[in-house]
Design a binder for this molecule. Sequence first.
Ligand code: ADP
Ligand code: ZN
Length: 437
Amino acid sequence: MNYQYWNEQFEKMPRRDLEAWQLEKLRETAGFALRTPFYKERLAGTGIGEPGDIKTLEDLKRIPFTTKEDLRRGFPYGFLSISRDEVIRLHASSGTTGAPTTIYFSREDLARWTGFVARCIYSTGCNKTDVFQNMITYGLFTGGLGFHAGGEAVGMLVIPSGPGNTTRQFRLMQDFGTTVVHATPSFLLHVEARMREEGINRDRIRLKRAFAGAEPYSEDTRRRIEELLRIDVYNSYGLSEMNGPGVAFECQAKNGLHIWEDGYIAEIINPDTLEPVKDGETGELVLTILCREATPILRYRTRDLSAFYTGPCPCGRTHRRLRRITGRTDDMLIINGVNVFPSQIEEAIMAIKEAGNNYLIVVEKEGVLDKLTVKTEVGPDIFMDDARPLNALRERIRKTIQASITVNPRVELHEPGSLPVSEGKALRVQDKRPKDL
Ligand code: ADP
Ligand code: ZN
């Protein structure tokens, strides 16, 4: 494989130099943090009253965690650390789990962020000959403008198509010879299904790669998109609290996402004991941003579940890798006392070739019990009026899911294209149980 590096010096930096860089940037970031009302109060009594009080990277552990609740309480300007006049952009989180949070950028912050996204894009083999269709939401959501700027920095021709309207997406792809797209994995699956329905000839489309992120997806889903669309799919992870995309990204080895440690310090903790987990063990990702002056955030509890891969990567980059994010700590459903992650159900469905590209998880109360229903579309080769193979497929899906989560689901099969599709992050779970007051 011919690996290409956007910033070889940093991407292949020896660990020791990388850590020295992190220490220097952590001090700078703490200096900015100490100017904000929030951290002035939060750091009082920790012994960190000025940047120089941070002597080693170990001192990070003296800083308390920051939570999404903290960010919400600090709304709108509690985390702003520079003069409002030096801020040139704001973004906000999608608000998947409640009120959104706001992030501010100075001109330098935007340039640094763009550099990280460009690094991700370039690492997949893209260059200025590529045509990049950014099929993700623009606006306050960071995925749109973040990838837009990164794509331009690489020199690609960027088409700011945004999501939705697949017919128009296909037009753009054909008219301009799109070679790479960015989208949520659920939208890519939808695009593939629509492409077949509309009879678009794959050979008239020059697509080679996709960046897929903003929501969890399994290795089976990646493989399915790659095989059906005949492209390479790269996992892209980010969150608005840490700028947005460009936090961690898969290289061409596609074995974990390199977390860019010259811009972020990553820790993985046990969400119950708050102690660090061992390498390879699953826990909650905690991130400290080192590349943003306008909104410093220290030890942010992302609620995203991952694990570290520490072995060397064939691409030669020295930055540690994260296992693909399987979901959030707060995604977990408790069904009749059993803990179930939606990602386990997704994985089971996507492993079955005859199952379609879209599904929905519904949890209801039936008497005193919880009832789990999994609605899944069938693949294009299944005829809905042929009962025997349909029953066999339903039974197979049921058994596969049950084997994975131990809960026995009711499985409903639906026609391709009949379940709802979201333009932003997919909404896969409907929990209709009455909430405890
Ligand atoms: P919100 O928290 O409102 O959804 P964001 O729009 O900033 O805010 O989304 C960031 C979140 O999206 C991450 O914390 C993570 O849960 C999810 N996410 C982003 N990229 C990925 C990915 N590649 N795999 C799994 N989850 C992802
Ligand atoms: Zn690598």
